[in-house]
Design a binder for this molecule. Sequence first.
Ligand SMILES: [Ca+2]
Length: 377
Amino acid sequence: MLKRTFLVTVIIICLATFAYFIYYKSVRQKMLQDIPVFEVPEAKDSITNTDSPKLEIVASNLEVPWALAFLPDGSILVTERSGQIKLISDGKTETVANINVKQTGESGLHGITIHLNFNENKYVYIYYTYSGSGDETLNKVERYKFENNKFVGAKTIIDGIPGAIFHDGGRIKFGPDKLLYITTGDAQNPSQAQDKKTLGGKILRLTDEGVPAPGNPFKNQVYSFGHRNPQGITWDDKGNLWETEHGPSGSWPNCCQDEVNKIEKGANFGWPDSVGDKILSGTVGPVLHSKRDIWAPAGLAYLDGSLYFGGLRGAALYEYNTREKKLAEHFKNKFGRIREVILGQDNMLYITTSNRDGRGSPEKDDDKIIKVNPALL
Ligand SMILES: [Ca+2]
Protein backbone atom coordinates (compact mmCIF):
# COMPACT_ATOMS: atom_id res chain seq x y z
CA MET A 1 0.00 0.00 0.00
CA LEU A 2 2.78 2.38 1.03
CA LYS A 3 4.71 1.47 -2.10
CA ARG A 4 1.71 2.30 -4.29
CA THR A 5 1.19 5.71 -2.58
CA PHE A 6 4.84 6.52 -3.14
CA LEU A 7 4.63 5.55 -6.81
CA VAL A 8 1.51 7.68 -7.37
CA THR A 9 3.20 10.68 -5.67
CA VAL A 10 6.26 10.35 -7.90
CA ILE A 11 4.09 10.21 -11.02
CA ILE A 12 2.14 13.32 -9.94
CA ILE A 13 5.37 15.27 -9.29
CA CYS A 14 6.77 14.27 -12.70
CA LEU A 15 3.59 15.31 -14.52
CA ALA A 16 3.44 18.65 -12.67
CA THR A 17 7.11 19.43 -13.48
CA PHE A 18 6.54 18.57 -17.14
CA ALA A 19 3.41 20.74 -17.35
CA TYR A 20 5.19 23.69 -15.72
CA PHE A 21 8.13 23.36 -18.15
CA ILE A 22 5.82 23.42 -21.19
CA TYR A 23 3.93 26.42 -19.79
CA TYR A 24 7.16 28.34 -19.00
CA LYS A 25 8.62 27.74 -22.49
CA SER A 26 5.45 28.90 -24.25
CA VAL A 27 5.10 32.03 -22.10
CA ARG A 28 8.73 33.03 -22.67
CA GLN A 29 8.48 32.42 -26.43
CA LYS A 30 5.39 34.61 -26.55
CA MET A 31 7.11 37.43 -24.65
CA LEU A 32 10.12 37.32 -27.00
CA GLN A 33 7.93 37.61 -30.11
CA ASP A 34 6.77 41.05 -29.01
CA ILE A 35 10.28 42.58 -29.15
CA PRO A 36 11.16 44.57 -32.29
CA VAL A 37 14.41 43.91 -34.15
CA PHE A 38 17.17 46.50 -33.72
CA GLU A 39 17.80 49.00 -36.50
CA VAL A 40 20.82 51.24 -36.50
CA PRO A 41 19.71 54.80 -35.77
CA GLU A 42 20.39 57.39 -38.47
CA ALA A 43 21.81 59.96 -36.11
CA LYS A 44 22.87 59.07 -32.60
CA ASP A 45 22.04 62.55 -31.34
CA SER A 46 18.39 61.99 -32.12
CA ILE A 47 18.04 59.33 -29.41
CA THR A 48 16.54 60.52 -26.19
CA ASN A 49 15.39 58.43 -23.31
CA THR A 50 11.78 58.70 -24.38
CA ASP A 51 11.89 57.90 -28.08
CA SER A 52 13.79 54.62 -27.87
CA PRO A 53 11.66 51.53 -27.17
CA LYS A 54 11.98 49.61 -23.95
CA LEU A 55 13.63 46.61 -25.64
CA GLU A 56 15.33 45.93 -28.96
CA ILE A 57 17.21 42.84 -30.12
CA VAL A 58 20.63 43.98 -31.35
CA ALA A 59 22.02 40.54 -32.31
CA SER A 60 20.96 36.89 -32.04
CA ASN A 61 22.47 33.44 -32.48
CA LEU A 62 25.59 34.22 -30.49
CA GLU A 63 27.50 31.66 -28.41
CA VAL A 64 27.85 32.80 -24.78
CA PRO A 65 28.59 36.49 -25.41
CA TRP A 66 30.77 37.48 -22.47
CA ALA A 67 31.59 41.17 -22.91
CA LEU A 68 30.88 44.09 -25.22
CA ALA A 69 32.91 47.09 -26.30
CA PHE A 70 31.55 50.02 -28.28
CA LEU A 71 33.60 51.54 -31.09
CA PRO A 72 33.39 55.29 -31.78
CA ASP A 73 31.29 54.69 -34.93
CA GLY A 74 28.60 52.94 -32.87
CA SER A 75 29.49 49.39 -33.91
CA ILE A 76 29.98 46.75 -31.23
CA LEU A 77 32.72 44.21 -30.56
CA VAL A 78 31.50 41.15 -28.65
CA THR A 79 33.57 38.31 -27.22
CA GLU A 80 32.18 34.78 -27.24
CA ARG A 81 33.51 32.52 -24.53
CA SER A 82 34.70 29.88 -27.00
CA GLY A 83 37.17 32.35 -28.55
CA GLN A 84 35.48 34.36 -31.32
CA ILE A 85 35.36 38.12 -31.42
CA LYS A 86 32.48 39.39 -33.52
CA LEU A 87 31.80 42.83 -34.93
CA ILE A 88 28.21 44.00 -35.07
CA SER A 89 27.84 46.85 -37.50
CA ASP A 90 24.83 48.10 -39.49
CA GLY A 91 22.80 45.15 -38.26
CA LYS A 92 25.32 42.60 -39.58
CA THR A 93 27.45 40.25 -37.48
CA GLU A 94 30.92 39.27 -38.68
CA THR A 95 33.65 37.18 -37.00
CA VAL A 96 36.80 39.31 -36.84
CA ALA A 97 39.08 37.16 -34.65
CA ASN A 98 39.48 33.63 -33.34
CA ILE A 99 41.51 33.52 -30.15
CA ASN A 100 43.15 30.24 -29.12
CA VAL A 101 41.53 29.95 -25.69
CA LYS A 102 41.19 27.14 -23.18
CA GLN A 103 37.45 26.80 -22.79
CA THR A 104 36.43 24.46 -19.98
CA GLY A 105 33.64 25.19 -17.50
CA GLU A 106 33.62 28.96 -17.00
CA SER A 107 36.99 29.65 -18.59
CA GLY A 108 37.66 31.02 -22.08
CA LEU A 109 37.49 34.39 -23.79
CA HIS A 110 36.17 36.96 -21.36
CA GLY A 111 36.56 40.75 -21.16
CA ILE A 112 37.10 43.26 -23.95
CA THR A 113 37.61 47.00 -23.89
CA ILE A 114 39.00 49.68 -26.17
CA HIS A 115 41.75 52.20 -25.42
CA LEU A 116 40.53 55.67 -24.51
CA ASN A 117 42.45 56.99 -27.55
CA PHE A 118 41.13 54.27 -29.85
CA ASN A 119 40.53 56.83 -32.61
CA GLU A 120 44.28 57.37 -32.88
CA ASN A 121 45.84 54.04 -31.85
CA LYS A 122 43.09 51.45 -32.63
CA TYR A 123 44.00 49.46 -29.49
CA VAL A 124 41.65 46.78 -28.15
CA TYR A 125 42.31 44.76 -24.98
CA ILE A 126 41.03 41.25 -24.28
CA TYR A 127 41.19 38.87 -21.30
CA TYR A 128 41.25 35.13 -21.85
CA THR A 129 42.15 31.72 -20.46
CA TYR A 130 44.80 29.60 -22.15
CA SER A 131 46.89 26.45 -21.56
CA GLY A 132 50.30 27.17 -20.12
CA SER A 133 53.11 24.65 -20.02
CA GLY A 134 51.90 21.20 -18.98
CA ASP A 135 48.38 21.23 -17.64
CA GLU A 136 48.59 24.72 -16.21
CA THR A 137 45.56 26.95 -16.76
CA LEU A 138 46.36 30.65 -16.96
CA ASN A 139 44.70 33.92 -17.87
CA LYS A 140 46.20 36.91 -19.59
CA VAL A 141 45.36 40.28 -21.05
CA GLU A 142 46.51 41.05 -24.58
CA ARG A 143 46.33 44.19 -26.62
CA TYR A 144 45.74 44.22 -30.36
CA LYS A 145 45.33 46.81 -33.07
CA PHE A 146 41.92 46.55 -34.66
CA GLU A 147 42.43 47.74 -38.22
CA ASN A 148 40.51 46.90 -41.40
CA ASN A 149 38.30 44.59 -39.32
CA LYS A 150 41.31 42.48 -38.24
CA PHE A 151 43.07 41.97 -34.91
CA VAL A 152 46.82 42.40 -35.51
CA GLY A 153 50.03 42.91 -33.52
CA ALA A 154 49.30 41.09 -30.25
CA LYS A 155 51.12 42.47 -27.21
CA THR A 156 50.91 40.88 -23.77
CA ILE A 157 49.75 43.39 -21.16
CA ILE A 158 49.76 40.99 -18.19
CA ASP A 159 50.34 37.24 -18.04
CA GLY A 160 50.36 34.55 -15.38
CA ILE A 161 46.95 35.30 -13.85
CA PRO A 162 45.94 32.01 -12.16
CA GLY A 163 43.20 30.16 -14.02
CA ALA A 164 40.97 27.12 -13.48
CA ILE A 165 37.79 25.55 -14.78
CA PHE A 166 35.90 27.94 -12.48
CA HIS A 167 36.56 31.41 -10.99
CA ASP A 168 38.55 33.09 -13.74
CA GLY A 169 37.38 36.67 -13.15
CA GLY A 170 37.85 38.43 -16.47
CA ARG A 171 36.23 41.89 -16.58
CA ILE A 172 38.51 44.63 -17.93
CA LYS A 173 37.73 48.37 -18.15
CA PHE A 174 39.53 51.68 -18.16
CA GLY A 175 38.68 53.86 -15.18
CA PRO A 176 38.20 57.62 -14.99
CA ASP A 177 41.91 57.78 -14.03
CA LYS A 178 42.71 56.34 -17.51
CA LEU A 179 44.16 53.20 -15.91
CA LEU A 180 43.21 49.63 -16.80
CA TYR A 181 41.30 47.68 -14.13
CA ILE A 182 41.22 43.87 -14.33
CA THR A 183 39.19 41.50 -12.15
CA THR A 184 40.70 38.10 -11.38
CA GLY A 185 39.15 35.07 -9.68
CA ASP A 186 40.61 32.88 -6.95
CA ALA A 187 40.93 30.05 -9.53
CA GLN A 188 39.44 27.64 -6.94
CA ASN A 189 42.31 28.35 -4.57
CA PRO A 190 40.53 30.57 -2.00
CA SER A 191 43.52 31.34 0.23
CA GLN A 192 45.40 33.07 -2.59
CA ALA A 193 42.79 35.85 -2.54
CA GLN A 194 44.46 36.90 0.74
CA ASP A 195 48.00 36.80 -0.66
CA LYS A 196 48.82 40.29 -1.90
CA LYS A 197 51.73 38.90 -3.92
CA THR A 198 49.63 36.69 -6.22
CA LEU A 199 47.39 37.85 -9.05
CA GLY A 200 44.37 35.63 -8.19
CA GLY A 201 41.28 36.91 -6.34
CA LYS A 202 42.13 40.55 -6.96
CA ILE A 203 41.29 43.72 -8.76
CA LEU A 204 44.46 44.74 -10.60
CA ARG A 205 45.33 48.20 -11.87
CA LEU A 206 47.80 48.79 -14.69
CA THR A 207 48.78 51.48 -17.14
CA ASP A 208 47.65 51.05 -20.73
CA GLU A 209 51.10 49.51 -21.43
CA GLY A 210 50.74 46.90 -18.66
CA VAL A 211 52.95 48.47 -16.00
CA PRO A 212 51.68 48.39 -12.38
CA ALA A 213 49.91 51.72 -11.94
CA PRO A 214 51.80 54.42 -10.04
CA GLY A 215 50.14 54.82 -6.64
CA ASN A 216 49.06 51.19 -6.32
CA PRO A 217 48.88 50.28 -2.60
CA PHE A 218 51.37 47.38 -2.52
CA LYS A 219 53.80 48.53 -5.18
CA ASN A 220 52.67 45.79 -7.55
CA GLN A 221 49.64 45.19 -9.81
CA VAL A 222 47.17 44.69 -6.94
CA TYR A 223 44.54 47.38 -6.30
CA SER A 224 42.24 45.46 -3.91
CA PHE A 225 42.20 41.87 -2.63
CA GLY A 226 40.12 39.21 -0.88
CA HIS A 227 37.85 38.64 -3.90
CA ARG A 228 36.33 35.30 -4.87
CA ASN A 229 35.21 35.74 -8.47
CA PRO A 230 34.55 39.36 -9.42
CA GLN A 231 32.58 39.55 -12.68
CA GLY A 232 31.61 43.19 -13.07
CA ILE A 233 33.08 46.64 -12.46
CA THR A 234 31.89 50.18 -13.10
CA TRP A 235 32.28 53.71 -11.77
CA ASP A 236 29.58 56.02 -10.48
CA ASP A 237 29.34 59.74 -11.26
CA LYS A 238 31.54 60.58 -8.27
CA GLY A 239 34.31 58.27 -9.50
CA ASN A 240 33.69 55.47 -6.98
CA LEU A 241 34.52 51.97 -8.23
CA TRP A 242 31.81 49.33 -7.77
CA GLU A 243 32.13 45.59 -8.27
CA THR A 244 29.94 42.46 -8.42
CA GLU A 245 31.22 39.19 -7.05
CA HIS A 246 29.92 35.64 -6.65
CA GLY A 247 29.43 34.35 -3.11
CA PRO A 248 30.29 30.78 -2.04
CA SER A 249 28.54 27.79 -3.59
CA GLY A 250 28.44 25.26 -0.73
CA SER A 251 25.50 24.69 1.60
CA TRP A 252 24.15 27.34 3.97
CA PRO A 253 25.75 29.32 5.59
CA ASN A 254 28.51 28.74 3.09
CA CYS A 255 26.43 29.57 0.04
CA CYS A 256 24.63 32.33 -1.80
CA GLN A 257 25.40 35.82 -0.43
CA ASP A 258 26.49 37.24 -3.78
CA GLU A 259 28.02 40.67 -3.35
CA VAL A 260 27.95 44.22 -4.61
CA ASN A 261 31.04 45.97 -3.28
CA LYS A 262 32.22 49.56 -3.22
CA ILE A 263 35.93 49.17 -3.86
CA GLU A 264 38.57 51.03 -1.90
CA LYS A 265 42.21 51.06 -2.86
CA GLY A 266 44.25 48.53 -0.87
CA ALA A 267 41.23 47.13 0.98
CA ASN A 268 40.66 43.48 1.87
CA PHE A 269 37.21 42.34 0.74
CA GLY A 270 37.33 39.30 2.99
CA TRP A 271 37.23 36.16 0.87
CA PRO A 272 37.41 33.38 1.99
CA ASP A 273 36.85 34.11 5.70
CA SER A 274 34.36 36.97 5.59
CA VAL A 275 31.09 35.97 3.91
CA GLY A 276 27.81 37.91 3.84
CA ASP A 277 27.23 39.65 7.18
CA LYS A 278 30.21 37.87 8.77
CA ILE A 279 32.77 40.63 8.35
CA LEU A 280 36.04 39.91 10.13
CA SER A 281 38.18 42.72 11.49
CA GLY A 282 40.33 44.35 8.82
CA THR A 283 38.00 43.36 6.00
CA VAL A 284 35.38 45.40 4.14
CA GLY A 285 31.88 43.95 3.83
CA PRO A 286 29.61 44.26 0.81
CA VAL A 287 27.24 47.21 0.36
CA LEU A 288 24.58 44.60 -0.29
CA HIS A 289 24.45 40.86 -0.73
CA SER A 290 21.85 38.35 -1.85
CA LYS A 291 21.39 36.65 1.54
CA ARG A 292 19.94 33.17 0.81
CA ASP A 293 19.10 34.11 -2.76
CA ILE A 294 21.52 33.49 -5.64
CA TRP A 295 22.02 36.17 -8.27
CA ALA A 296 25.35 34.94 -9.74
CA PRO A 297 25.97 38.58 -10.65
CA ALA A 298 27.96 39.46 -13.77
CA GLY A 299 28.35 42.66 -15.84
CA LEU A 300 27.81 45.96 -14.01
CA ALA A 301 26.83 49.42 -15.27
CA TYR A 302 25.96 52.71 -13.59
CA LEU A 303 23.47 55.33 -14.69
CA ASP A 304 21.81 58.14 -12.79
CA GLY A 305 22.10 56.76 -9.27
CA SER A 306 21.45 53.13 -10.18
CA LEU A 307 23.77 50.16 -10.48
CA TYR A 308 22.52 47.65 -13.05
CA PHE A 309 23.88 44.11 -13.04
CA GLY A 310 23.11 40.85 -14.79
CA GLY A 311 22.05 37.76 -12.92
CA LEU A 312 23.11 34.42 -14.39
CA ARG A 313 21.40 32.10 -11.93
CA GLY A 314 19.03 34.93 -10.97
CA ALA A 315 17.94 35.18 -14.64
CA ALA A 316 17.19 38.89 -14.24
CA LEU A 317 18.52 42.40 -14.74
CA TYR A 318 19.02 43.77 -11.23
CA GLU A 319 18.91 47.46 -10.40
CA TYR A 320 20.29 48.77 -7.12
CA ASN A 321 19.26 52.36 -6.50
CA THR A 322 22.20 53.75 -4.51
CA ARG A 323 20.21 56.77 -3.31
CA GLU A 324 17.15 54.92 -2.06
CA LYS A 325 19.19 51.80 -1.22
CA LYS A 326 16.61 49.59 -2.90
CA LEU A 327 17.06 46.57 -5.14
CA ALA A 328 14.68 45.93 -8.06
CA GLU A 329 14.46 42.96 -10.39
CA HIS A 330 13.67 43.40 -14.11
CA PHE A 331 12.79 40.77 -16.74
CA LYS A 332 12.87 37.94 -14.20
CA ASN A 333 13.01 34.67 -16.22
CA LYS A 334 12.10 36.54 -19.41
CA PHE A 335 15.41 36.14 -21.24
CA GLY A 336 17.04 33.45 -19.10
CA ARG A 337 20.58 33.98 -17.83
CA ILE A 338 21.93 37.55 -18.12
CA ARG A 339 25.69 38.07 -18.24
CA GLU A 340 27.00 41.36 -19.65
CA VAL A 341 25.41 44.69 -18.71
CA ILE A 342 27.08 47.77 -20.12
CA LEU A 343 26.12 51.36 -20.86
CA GLY A 344 26.24 52.41 -24.53
CA GLN A 345 27.27 55.80 -25.87
CA ASP A 346 23.53 56.41 -26.29
CA ASN A 347 22.97 55.96 -22.53
CA MET A 348 21.05 52.75 -23.21
CA LEU A 349 21.84 49.53 -21.40
CA TYR A 350 23.09 46.63 -23.51
CA ILE A 351 22.66 43.22 -21.94
CA THR A 352 23.60 39.75 -23.17
CA THR A 353 21.97 36.39 -22.52
CA SER A 354 24.08 33.40 -21.55
CA ASN A 355 21.74 30.49 -22.18
CA ARG A 356 24.24 28.44 -24.20
CA ASP A 357 26.81 28.28 -21.40
CA GLY A 358 25.75 24.79 -20.30
CA ARG A 359 23.63 26.03 -17.41
CA GLY A 360 20.66 27.51 -19.26
CA SER A 361 17.82 26.40 -21.51
CA PRO A 362 18.45 28.22 -24.80
CA GLU A 363 15.79 29.46 -27.18
CA LYS A 364 16.53 28.69 -30.83
CA ASP A 365 17.96 32.17 -31.52
CA ASP A 366 19.99 32.48 -28.31
CA ASP A 367 22.26 33.98 -27.29
CA LYS A 368 21.25 37.59 -27.78
CA ILE A 369 22.37 41.15 -27.22
CA ILE A 370 19.41 43.22 -26.10
CA LYS A 371 19.24 47.00 -25.88
CA VAL A 372 17.24 48.21 -22.89
CA ASN A 373 15.93 51.72 -22.35
CA PRO A 374 16.54 52.35 -18.63
CA ALA A 375 14.04 55.24 -18.59
CA LEU A 376 11.24 52.75 -19.29
CA LEU A 377 12.15 50.15 -16.67
CA1 LIG B 1 33.53 39.99 0.25
